[in-house]
Ligand binder design. Structure first.
Ligand SMILES: [Zn+2]
Length: 74
């Protein structure tokens, strides 16, 4: 599932964009369904390089649970 290449070559570390979708805190926007971007192999947003993000799968799971409950539970 992970499409990571080894990045242990210290001399020339290459940033590889993975197939993992994230919701970036910096460029996702604040819509109900935020913009999803891709995670890079060094743990940053592929769009803006930000490090504040949550995994999209995690977020959508939480959203689904929230919608199924039908009421806000903060
Ligand atoms: Zn971003």
């Amino acid at each position: 599932m992970l499409a990571l290449e080894p990045v242990s070559r210290a001399a020339a570390p290459r940033t590889v964009v993975t197939t993992i979708l994230i919701v970036c805190g910096d460029c996702a926007g604040d819509a109900l369904f935020p913009l999803k971007t891709l995670l890079t192999s060094d743990g940053t947003c592929s769009r803006c390089g930000g490090r504040s993000y949550v995994l999209a799968a995690k977020l959508s799971g939480a959203l689904v649970r929230h919608l199924r409950k039908g009421d806000a539970e903060s």
